[in-house]
Design a protein around this ligand. Structure first.
Ligand code: GDD
Ligand code: MG
Length: 397
């Protein structure tokens, strides 16, 4: 794979934010190494190096009642060496869709001889392991993990930690193109290979997000992303005193992190989860507030934003209200202790313009989940380790 060199990096305290890097070539050929001059503009990542990172990465596929064919396609796009974890919150009562997902995964693993796990988000043992390990932020009144992709993501971070994975990457199950899934995973590996710090995050930017309803129009930016990025950049600009447009991936659902970083962040629910990760990084390591972890502050936190070649086409589930998507993300920015009056006013202006709030109304306060590092890992492992065998879909021979 050949990717644009990290030409421009902005610093915010200990955080290094890299400008968007485009994928130039999906397969960069054999041994021909780059010359020193070429290396100024381009990074060539050889297959073996990428594979090495893939081996250390748990790919989590959150799913809730997606078409089986879509889920199967997504799974088939994940590089062979990455272990897959399907975190499912699918129907089990009327139709046992979870059973169907498990069967599909099992059959797939049987033929491809690869390792994957599938677990139900409402698994009582998973909830018990979390509760006993002292992490109740994602548990509902019934004692089980709450609904939501974000809650499934957080639970997966604990599982990745228990399985000693160094990296975790998320890929939605409703993606139509297995080839784009493959490219996301390669970009995750590429980001980690380029990182100089073990506290790193890779966020995917799609070159295009086509809309079939518009006669296959290859749209580049969603309106929600545009607004969220603008407000996130405003927060950074007013803190540093230099205007910036560096953040282009505030809402990136497809993203990956080193476990060391994932365990340090605060998380929010639904559409706020991805912007909140950035806010959490800026609050914890931006140098304005006390640093959250000395070793991470010293090593620096590195953000990569990589633009893929494949367009992103996912399942249309009916028009989400712009307001429902916009409000939670802007809420995380508005209520951050880094957010000053200029950005607050900008957020209110944006929301009023889209009739997302009433005059005098404020965006909602995000419900934050504490960083996963606060858990008693031994207790979690004691309950979950044995059970992971039950969730595995490939019998060891
Ligand atoms: N485990 C789990 N639990 N997965 C869920 C749940 C749940 O309760 N709810 C939804 N999912 C799965 C879906 O099946 C899908 O694979 C993925 O999570 C994303 O859900 P979508 O419903 O497809 O989200 P979206 O397409 O509206 O939003 C995507 O893009 C947003 C930014 O534009 C997601 O990636 C969001 O996280 C992201 O904010
Ligand atoms: Mg989707």
């Amino acid at each position: 794979m050949r990717v644009e060199q990290t030409r421009y990096t902005e610093r915010f305290g200990s955080v290094r934010i890299n400008e968007v890097q485009k994928v130039l070539e999906l397969d960069s050929g054999g041994d021909n190494d780059l010359s020193a001059t070429e290396r100024i503009a381009v990074v060539k990542l050889n297959e073996e190096m990428l594979r090495d990172y893939e081996r250390k990465t748990l790919i989590v596929i959150p799913t809730k009642d997606e078409k089986l064919k879509l889920l199967e396609g997504v799974i088939s796009g994940v590089p062979h060496d990455s272990v897959i974890l399907v975190m499912s919150n699918s129907e089990q009562k009327k139709v046992d869709r979870f059973r169907m997902e498990s069967d599909t995964l099992e059959q797939y693993c049987h033929f491809t001889r690869r390792k994957a796990y599938i677990i139900h988000q409402k698994d009582p043992e998973l909830a018990r392991a979390l509760a006993e390990a002292g992490y109740k932020d994602i548990l509902g009144e019934d004692g089980l993990i709450k609904n939501g992709k974000a809650e499934g993501m957080i639970a997966s971070i604990f599982i990745a930690g228990m399985m000693n994975h160094k990296y975790i990457g998320f890929i939605d199950a409703d993606n139509y193109f297995p080839g784009s899934v493959w490219e996301y995973c390669k970009c995750y590996a590429a980001g980690f290979a380029m990182a100089r710090s073990s506290y790193a995050m890779v966020r995917i930017l799609w070159r295009y997000k086509p809309k079939i309803s518009e006669g296959m129009y290859f749209r580049k930016w969603g309106r929600v992303s545009e607004i969220t990025n603008r407000c996130m950049n405003s927060l950074l600009s007013s803190r540093s005193g230099f205007e910036t447009e560096i953040i282009k991936t505030s809402n990136a659902g497809e993203h990956a992190m080193s476990l060391k970083l994932a365990e340090l962040l605060c998380y929010a629910s639904r559409f706020a989860v991805e912007p909140q990760e950035l806010i959490s990084i800026f609050e914890s390591f931006g140098g304005v507030l006390p640093m959250a972890c000395k070793s991470a502050a010293k090593a620096g936190v590195e953000l990569f934003q990589i633009e893929t070649r494949n367009p992103h086409l996912h399942e249309e589930k009916g028009e989400e209200h712009l307001k429902d998507m916009l409000l939670p993300g802007l809420g995380t920015i508005y209520h951050s202790s880094l957010c000053e009056d200029v950005t607050k006013a900008k957020i209110i202006d944006e929301l009023l313009q889209y009739n997302a709030i009433e005059p005098d109304e404020k965006p909602p306060l995000p419900q934050l989940c504490q960083p996963p590092k606060s858990i008693n890992k031994k207790k979690f492992k004691a309950i979950m380790e044995e059970r992971m065998g039950l969730y595995s879909t490939l019998e060891e021979h």
